[in-house]
Ligand binder design. Structure first.
Ligand code: ADP
Length: 425
């Protein structure tokens, strides 16, 4: 091969090399393009997957939300009352009301649905609330007439800055029912007081008749002496007259106690009284019954304690307790009752003890229940202890059953002292 031919071949080889390099470059760039396209594709697939997942999650969430809303609506519908949603101008936005079906909620204001006094109260609560998302409950009573009213239990909450929810439950019937029950309880209490007084009536009549007989005897002595002037014994006359005066005082004590205790003292206020006076009221009315049945009544010293009490009510409690003690002493044939008084720091403890050996364990937890009695028909109402407990609680104490150290039945309660031997607290 000559030189020319060699150079020609070399040029061809270089040309082929260039072509090869260009081809290689093109192939490289095509590979890169393919790679990029693949990456893009892969990215899109991932993105689509993510979007699909998120959409699914959103769908699930909104389904839950709808379920929640439906549940909430059903709950609100099932509520035994009405729910109003209103804005800061007190315009109703929605309501679930059975009471006002004709009202277009979009046009009504709160005062059109509730009465003015009621909506004023709601406005005032909102005005005075200091918390942004407050929630309060309150009671509203609307006086319809002297004898009629309606009563609502209300819940008011701020659900956001300018929106409130008001829940109303008509409690009128329940309230009226409660008042009727209270009235019945009051009637029963009065009837039970009359029963207790009735029980004592025989004894009281005797307690009054005996001294009246004595008065008539002393009056006869005076009359005979005065009509027979020769036999005029001044000493005897004065003594007879004094006897009459003291007997009259005793009778007026009994009738005074009777007047006290038979009064309707439920609305009386609590005032300071000598404890001894309260006890005397009750003792005056029971004494004859005790004497006639050979039951000894011992009344302890009262240290001139002045106590805060509704006189009529505390005397009633003492009469109830003395009646129970009498029943126990009579049925156990043991024959004595004691009224004790113990001075504590700020109060006086009054205790009625009887000779009975305590109350049977299984019934102790029931004795304060209304209508619980172990007495026979016509003998007990089962109201004495429950009514007495109510009265003592109103006086800030508790009527307690206790066995004394010697194992005797006792009931005690405390009364606040106002002064002790003239010292005021
Ligand atoms: P009642 O006297 O009409 O039965 P109470 O409420 O006064 O009603 O008393 C309820 C019951 O408590 C009595 O029936 C009796 O079983 C019991 N009880 C009350 N006081 C005494 C007492 N001093 N001794 C024994 N049991 C008593």
């Amino acid at each position: 091969m000559n030189n020319d031919e060699i150079q020609k071949l070399q040029r061809k080889i270089r040309k082929l090399e260039k072509i090869n390099a260009a081809l290689m470059k093109k192939a490289d760039s095509q590979t890169q393009l393919k790679h990029d396209a693949f990456a893009k594709f892969e990215g899109r697939v991932l993105l689509e997957k993510e979007v699909r997942q998120r959409t699914h999650r959103l769908e699930e969430n909104s389904k839950e939300l709808i379920k929640g809303q439906t549940k909430l609506r059903q709950l609100i519908k099932a509520l035994p009352g009405e729910v109003y949603v209103f804005n800061q101008n007190f315009e109703i936005e929605s309501l679930t009301s059975t009471e006002a079906p004709d009202i277009d909620p979009s046009k009504a204001t709160l005062s059109q649905i509730l009465n003015q006094g009621f909506s004023d109260k709601v406005e005032k609560i909102i005005e005075q609330s200091t918390e942004e998302f407050f929630s309060v409950t309150f009671e509203y009573t609307h006086k319809i007439s002297e004898t009629d009213f309606s009563n609502y239990y209300c819940g008011l909450s701020a659900v956001d800055k300018n929106r409130y929810v008001l829940y109303l439950k008509d409690e009128t019937e329940a309230h009226k029912q409660k008042m009727r029950l209270q009235e019945q309880e009051l009637q029963i209490a009065k009837a039970s007081k009359l029963t207790a007084l009735g029980e004592m009536a025989g004894g009281i009549a005797h307690e009054i008749n005996t001294p009246i007989g004595a008065i008539s005897l002393y009056a006869e002595i005076i009359e005979t002496a005065l009509s027979n002037e020769e036999d005029l014994d001044r000493e005897r006359l004065i003594k007879s007259a004094q006897k009459i005066v003291s007997i009259v005082e005793r009778i007026s004590g009994i009738t005074g106690s009777l007047r006290q205790i038979s009064r309707d003292g439920d609305s009386d206020s609590t005032n300071p009284y000598p404890l001894a006076d309260l006890v005397t009221d009750a003792v005056n009315l029971c004494q004859q019954k005790y004497r006639a049945n050979d039951v000894d009544l011992n009344v302890g010293a009262f240290e001139n304690s002045m106590v805060l009490a509704n006189r009529v009510q505390i005397s009633q409690v003492l009469v109830n307790l003395l009646n129970n003690a009498f029943y126990a002493a009579k049925s156990e044939k043991c024959g004595w009752i004691r009224i004790e008084c113990e001075s504590l720091e700020e109060s006086v403890r009054v205790r009625i003890v009887d000779c009975g050996k305590g109350i049977d364990e299984p019934i102790i937890s029931k004795i304060f229940n209304p209508f619980f009695t172990t007495k026979g028909i016509g003998e007990g109402t089962g109201l004495g202890l429950s009514l007495s407990q109510n009265i003592i609680r109103k006086h800030g104490s508790e009527l307690v059953y206790e066995l004394t150290k010697e194992g005797h039945t006792s009931f005690c309660f405390d009364l606040k002292k106002t002064s002790d031997k003239g010292v005021r607290y």
